[in-house]
Design a protein around this ligand. Structure first.
Ligand code: NDP
Length: 332
């Protein structure tokens, strides 16, 4: 195994703002503390949340902040207190803001690290972990989706969206996808959405009424946020679940809970980490996710792999709505 250097390349922010605040620079390689392993990152996942920390929508716990919340790579060192993950183990993990992943190395809590099985590549692991666990736990726990239910996924050609439509089909739901162009709608259909709605050109609420024969949607998955929330309340079915889980178009403003009484709506604003905070849950959901990938039940679509020094381009691309599927950063 190669010697561990004292410095590494990382992408950090020293203040919030546009993509110009992303700095590619040399920083010290972190030293694993009690309970931690040092991972040589191969691929880091780009997630919309990274743009929230960069823009300031989510407050940064400190500056400078290394961006990135997930990566796959190889364990290269461990604190003496860690016995489970030996050097050379291929791993994938989600991290908190204290261990940013747009970096060549990260010191991560061993409790958050999962070994990658043979048959799953580093690229696939980095591309599917965070968004896949989000989609899968939200289907299983937040929505408790049942076969035959009407479901709707906004931004259905995006990272989380493409995984949601495939998984929803695999559990027997009826899947409607919305997406911002004809091409994106086509991609969502290829991946399992039986009906699609072009969110830039069609009247979503009217189309849903038509498609569902007036029933409405039993479970809505909304990562778009501000732009779609009002429509969600109009097209949700009686006793439906509205799972609002993101802010791609901006944060949903505060609402009056009296609005929910009109259809006895269950409104949730879940965060994936809460469903995998216990080690047992992390292992269960990750192994189910890897099984879905390995068996070919879900395809992990990668939009592009960006060099570490081009992280700004990845942010511009995902924010400009021109990407589909997953964006990765090559940490080499
Ligand atoms: P995506 O790949 O889905 O990219 C965002 C998509 O949102 C765009 O491609 C676009 O699709 C749509 N969109 C609609 N309006 C806008 C807008 N004004 N600006 C930018 N995009 C817009 O990103 P991710 O898969 O990484 O994340 C999707 C959502 O899920 C995000 O809101 C993210 O924060 C959230 N999320 C939440 C988690 C949680 O635990 N709560 C975990 C993971 C993700 P189109 O053009 O088709 O409309």
């Amino acid at each position: 195994m190669a010697a561990i250097p004292s410095t590494m390349n990382a992408v950090q922010i020293a203040r919030t703002g546009g993509v110009e605040v992303l700095e590619h620079k040399a920083v010290p390689v972190p030293v694993p503390g009690p309970g931690q392993v040092l991972v040589r990152n191969r691929f880091a996942g780009v997630n919309f949340i990274d743009t929230y920390f960069r823009s300031g929508l989510y407050p940064s716990p400190h500056f400078p902040l290394t961006l990135g919340r997930e990566a796959a790579g190889e364990v290269v060192a461990a604190h003496a207190s860690v016995t489970r993950l030996g050097p050379g183990t291929r791993v994938v993990y989600m991290s908190g803001p204290a261990a940013g992943t747009y970096a060549q190395y990260a010191a991560v809590d061993a409790a958050a690290v999962v070994a990658v099985p043979d048959g799953i590549s580093d690229r696939q692991a980095a591309a599917v972990l965070l968004q896949g666990l989000t989609a899968w736990t939200f289907i299983r726990e937040a929505g408790n989706v049942q076969p035959g239910q009407w479901t709707l996924v906004h931004a259905a050609a995006g990272g989380v969206g493409l995984l949601l439509v495939q998984m929803l089909r695999s559990v027997g739901a009826k899947v409607i996808g919305t997406a911002g162009s004809k091409e994106k709608c086509g991609l969502a259909r290829t991946n399992g959405a039986e009906w699609t709605i072009d969110s830039r050109n069609d009247d979503i609420v009217a189309r849903v009424k038509e498609i569902t024969g007036g029933h409405g949607v039993d479970v809505i998955f909304d990562g778009v946020g501000k732009a779609t929330f009002d429509a969600d309340l109009q097209m949700i079915a009686m006793k439906g679940h509205l799972i609002s889980f993101g802010n791609a178009s901006g944060a949903v403003p505060p609402i009056s809970i009296l609005l929910l009484g009109q259809k006895n709506v269950k409104l949730m604003r879940p965060v994936v980490n809460g469903y995998v905070a216990e080690r047992e849950d992390l292992e269960k959901y990750t192994s189910e996710l890897f099984e879905l990938v390995a068996s070919g039940k879900i395809n992990v679509a990668i939009h592009d792999v960006y060099p570490l020094r081009d992280a700004a381009r990845a942010h511009s691309d995902i924010e400009s709505r021109k990407t589909t599927g997953k964006l990765l950063i090559n940490c080499d």
